[in-house]
Design a protein around this ligand. Structure first.
Ligand code: SF4
Ligand code: SF3
Length: 547
């Protein structure tokens, strides 16, 4: 195996024996092979699309497959073997359609290779894995594009589950994936990287429309972080349609539902607040799950990443359920919903009834729900505070959290920021500072949480609105600094989206991606002012000195 797609890549180079995330080499190899087959499907369907015969079924095969290979989403060997088998069968059907349309089938190996067993699937990865691209810069750009596409695919899937889809986004996803099989000059690959960012904006806008049209606009909300006395289910991940189905089925059963990690923002949606079984948020960011799942006592539902494979001795092993693109060997997987129906969560609800209520680990409330609509309603006092100097600067600290010690930086950074600054956040990065007593500025909280990582889109919308209100030509003239924490590939698409929107001087930490070759990193530094982080004191000084 060789994998360097996330911030925890071993030694800052890549994982080769086992992932720091817990991914075993057999699963890593199967993921590489699945990606290879998805490239073949993308080549064929792009050909069909060009003659007006694109196959809509390809959309889901590709976005769901890409999503399953995201860091910490799916650790299930068998699930990948099944996916590869299905993908090969689907690819061969597409080949038939390409031939029937009178088109030539190319000679890329992803169009012709075939095998039937898990061992053969694994063996293939040696030829088609990341290192099969020998030019370091080309490899770096291609992987940057692929990771952006993985993030895009995840967001597209959530929107799709809410019946929001845009064929242009799927077409781009497949066109770009197909292009990664070609010998393209570096300039073209840079162009494709930036184009990926454009579609990143589009997919986040689509998901925002899907979420808000289904569940209303997030509103300022106090979320309970203590516990009640009922047995309960903990729901994690990002999929709001799963959240809806679970709440509907749990309501009135005596079983409560708590959110974990990236599901916290579900508490901000008016439609979800109506359910009396929604009891609040339990715990913190994903990487604390080993302790928090023990004390939760009830079953846990993963709708997406981030899963940490449990230790052998973990007591909660038989309380884990997965659904959608997520998977874990030994966990119970809840199948997809049938057309027009809800997913069937009865098993997890029955399981919860037999469990003790959660053990309290925290108490009190946290405040969130500042997506774009809510911020616009509060625009007047915010703009006023900027004009009077009560707010000197905003700090976008969106992105991911992770278990590396070096991430203590973000807590320290937030705590040390001057009191006339405001943090704008989204994603699980917020858990580093959303429980600190940072206070407010004339009633405006100093931590403004827009929601999940995809709600970084909301922060971009707010920035563009402020640019308009202040009559500026360039979004970079605003008093906003970007200090983003990344971990997995959704953060990659958020970053590319921000670059597409013209945002410059983004600081990225706790370390720069291992998949950026020195030359590609240089392009990002020279053209976009991308930089790393140093220490909180030095960085705060630097940010405050910047215009
Ligand atoms: Fe390593 Fe990250 Fe890949 Fe897991 S996802 S194998 S931690 S680089
Ligand atoms: Fe977090 Fe995994 Fe990225 Fe959605 S849940 S932000 S790390």
């Amino acid at each position: 195996m060789f994998c360097y797609q996330c911030q925890e890549a071993a030694k800052g180079i890549g994982c080769t024996i086992k992932g720091a995330c817990g991914k075993t080499s057999d699963v890593a190899n199967l993921q590489d092979t699945l990606l290879f087959v998805l490239k073949g499907i993308s080549i064929l369907n792009t050909q069909l699309k060009e003659v007006g015969q694109g196959d809509k079924a390809a959309n889901k095969v590709v976005f769901d497959g890409l999503f399953a290979t995201i860091t910490n989403a799916n650790f299930d060997h068998t699930a990948f073997v099944i996916r590869i088998k299905k993908a090969l069968k689907f690819r061969d059907e597409l080949k038939g359609k390409v031939a029937a349309a009178g088109l030539l089938i190319g000679d890329h190996d992803s169009l012709h290779w075939t095998a039937a067993s898990g061992e053969e699937f694994e063996a293939k990865s040696k030829e088609v894995g990341i290192l099969s691209e020998v030019n370091e810069d080309v490899r770096s750009l291609k992987e940057l594009i692929i990771y952006g596409l993985k993030g895009l695919a995840a967001y597209a899937e959530h929107a799709y589950n809410l019946k929001h889809e845009k064929q242009e986004i799927f077409d781009f996803m497949m066109e770009a994936l197909a292009k990664t099989t070609q010998d393209l000059p570096v300039n073209e690959l840079i162009g494709l990287t930036l184009e990926t960012g454009k579609f990143g904006v589009d997919v986040m806008a689509l998901l925002d429309a899907a979420n808000t049209s289904a569940y209303g606009n997030p509103e300022v909300s106090k979320v309970n972080i203590g516990v009640r006395n009922n047995p309960a289910i903990l729901i994690s991940g990002h999929d709001l349609r799963d959240m809806e189905d679970l709440l509907k089925q749990a309501e009135g059963t005596g079983v409560d539902v708590y959110t974990h990690s990236e599901m916290l923002p579900a508490n901000y949606y008016p439609e979800f607040k109506k359910y009396s079984c929604l009891a609040g948020n339990y715990g913190n960011a994903w990487w604390k799950q080993k302790e928090e799942f023990e004390s939760f006592n009830g079953p846990i539902l993963f709708t997406t990443n981030c899963i940490v494979p449990p230790m052998e001795k973990a007591t909660y092993k038989d309380r884990i359920y997965t659904t959608g693109a997520s998977g874990l060997t030994g966990a119970i997987h809840i199948p997809d919903r049938k057309e027009g129906e809800m997913k069937d969560f009865s098993a997890i609800i029955e399981h919860a009834k037999k469990c003790a209520a959660p053990t309290q680990i925290e108490e009190g409330e946290i405040v969130g729900g500042f997506a774009h609509n809510q911020v616009f309603e509060l625009a007047e006092p915010i703009v006023e505070a900027v004009k009077t100097g009560a707010i000197r600067k905003f700090f976008v600290m969106a992105g991911c959290d992770g278990r590396m010690m070096s991430r203590d930086y973000y807590e320290e950074f937030a705590a040390k920021l001057p009191k006339d600054t405001v943090i704008l956040t989204a994603g699980c990065a917020k858990y580093r500072y959303n429980k600190l007593p940072l206070g407010d500025i004339g009633g405006i909280p100093r931590v403004i949480d827009a929601g999940q990582c995809n709600d970084s889109y909301s922060l971009a919308v707010v920035a563009l609105k402020l640019k308009e209100i202040f009559g500026l030509d360039d979004v970079n003239e605003l008093p906003i600094a970007y200090n983003i924490a990344w971990y997995e590939q959704k953060a990659v698409i958020v970053l590319l989206a921000l670059l597409h929107l013209g945002v410059k001087n983004i600081h990225l930490g706790p370390t720069l991606p291992a998949f950026l070759s020195p030359n590609v990193a240089k392009v990002l530094v020279e053209n976009f002012g991308i930089a790393g982080i140093t220490n909180p004191d030095k960085d705060i000084k630097l940010f405050l000195e910047e215009a």
